[in-house]
Design a binder for this molecule. Structure first.
Ligand code: HAM
Length: 435
């Protein structure tokens, strides 16, 4: 038997229905904020990602040569592609540009729960400037997108990579080494940090400042304990705008470094604490990449949500409703009624309802069992006596109640019944459609 590659998954209909519903809720949030969808290729020239995404990502990239001997990479993320697209074709459009995307990404990581080699992101990029308003708009969309999925338990942490970066670069000229130091802070490896700083002559006040900033967390008021910089003002304004939009429970965390190297300003992360080790459901921040890809320098702010982790977080928060692909299942009572069953199912489908009909030539009782195993809300029984009167029987599969309705109105009756309030509101069977 051929197995699927490690770190990848197959998704069945029930799971896909839930994923699509969650994705749709987030897409609608993007639309409410005026973001338009873009799609970019699944693979790009590997250079697109090696230029600035940083060592951590490059080490995990799926790289291959195509038949023309060009080095390609499966995208480890989508931001670089969107900015390449912007530089290639959209740089003359009026700014700000608000773009969002949904797609699969590939990273050769050690697979575990919430960490995959192929995973899915919904992300957004606001291309235009580096004002606090832009950052606020993006964080606001990030929070709205998660709220729209029904997720309740999540924490927003906001920092500013500019503060840490400039302090580290004050003591360390070598960009690569400075990058390593920042990664140690990202991992919370403070022993290695202290040792590296010391070996490179960063001691005393500067060392204290770096470790102090890396550990600065709390409400926006903790900024009072930090030397005044332009970044502080930016963060204060940002928190104010967020508060005015009803987002007032964000934490300041100046130790946020992010796994990608292109950030230059505000950075933020959202965790779902119920997820354990891989609890970060979203990451983002402000950056410039356009000049690196041959365009004018333009500031952008964006984020990406890990769709797979949001699904896990939702599962951890609440029981998911039972999934059913159909509202009604049409059951002929005997062979002579089979072709009529097809006429009935066609009418129900024409009404926009989700309906299926017996294709296995099963007996009536086996068909009812099957309808129940599919969690169909109704069985539509097509019997000889009923057809003689041009009617069918609707059977509520949950309560077992049955009633005869005229065949020509079966679809209307079903629609009414499916839209009526449930007799058992706590039932786990979905009212209609996808949960
Ligand atoms: P990132 O933090 O690398 O940022 O990824 C964003 C989110 O994708 C993470 O917070 C996580 O939820 C999810 N994720 C990352 N790796 C995996 C994995 N191996 N398995 C499952 N989920 C994963 C970016 O990708 C940036 N492009 C975000 C951004 C957009 N910054 C500015 N604009």
């Amino acid at each position: 038997m051929i197995q699927r590659p490690r770190g990848t998954r197959d998704f069945g209909p029930a799971e896909m229905a839930r994923r699509r519903a969650v994705e749709q809720a987030m897409r609608e949030a993007c639309h409410r904020f005026g973001f338009g969808e873009v799609v970019t290729p699944t693979f790009e020239q590997s250079e697109l990602f090696t230029l600035r995404s940083g060592e951590a990502i490059v080490d995990e990239m799926y790289v291959f040569k195509d038949k023309g001997d060009r080095e390609m990479a499966l995208r480890p993320e989508i931001t670089a592609s969107v900015i390449r697209f912007f530089v290639n074709e959209m740089s003359n459009l009026p700014k700000p540009l608000k773009l969002y995307y949904v797609g699969n990404c590939f990273r050769y990581e050690n697979p575990q729960s919430g960490r995959y080699r192929e995973f899915f992101q919904l992300g957004a990029e606001l291309i235009g400037n580096e004002n606090p308003e832009t950052d606020a708009e993006v964080i606001s969309l990030a929070v709205e997108s998660l709220r729209a999925t029904g997720l309740q338990d999540f924490n927003v942490r906001i920092g500013h990579i500019g503060i840490l970066k400039s302090l580290v670069l004050e003591g360390i000229d070598d960009q690569a080494l400075a990058g390593n130091v920042l990664r140690m802070i990202d991992k919370g490896d403070f022993d290695a940090l202290a040792q590296t700083l010391e070996t490179n002559g960063v001691t005393g006040n500067l060392m204290e400042s770096i470790t102090g900033i890396a550990g600065t967390k709390g409400s926006i008021d903790v900024l009072q304990s930090v030397d005044e910089t332009k970044a502080n003002e930016h963060l204060r304004e940002l928190f104010e705008i967020l508060k005015l939009q009803g987002i007032d429970d964000c934490q300041l965390d100046l130790g946020i470094v992010r796994g990608l190297d292109y950030y230059s300003g505000m950075v933020f992360e959202i965790d779902a604490p119920r997820l354990g080790a891989e609890k970060q459901v979203l990451g983002g921040g402000s950056y410039t990449l356009s000049e690196l890809f041959g365009g004018e320098p333009v500031f952008s702010t964006g984020f990406a949500i890990g769709l797979d982790r949001v699904m896990l977080a939702l599962e951890a928060e609440k029981e998911l409703p039972e999934y059913s692909p159909i509202d009604a299942y049409v059951v002929p009572t005997e062979d002579a009624m089979r072709k009529y069953a097809f006429a009935i199912v066609a009418k129900i489908r024409a009404k926009g309802l989700r309906a299926d009909v017996d294709l296995m030539r099963r007996s009536m009782s086996k068909n009812l069992k099957y309808a129940s195993s599919m969690a169909a809300r109704y069985a539509v029984i097509v019997g000889k006596d009923e057809m003689a009167k041009r009617s069918v029987t609707l059977r509520d599969m949950e309560s077992g109640e049955q009633r005869q309705v005229p065949a020509d109105f079966a679809a209307d009756e079903l629609e009414k019944a499916l839209n009526a309030p449930r007799k058992h509101p706590l039932s786990s069977v979905p009212q209609r459609g996808i949960p």
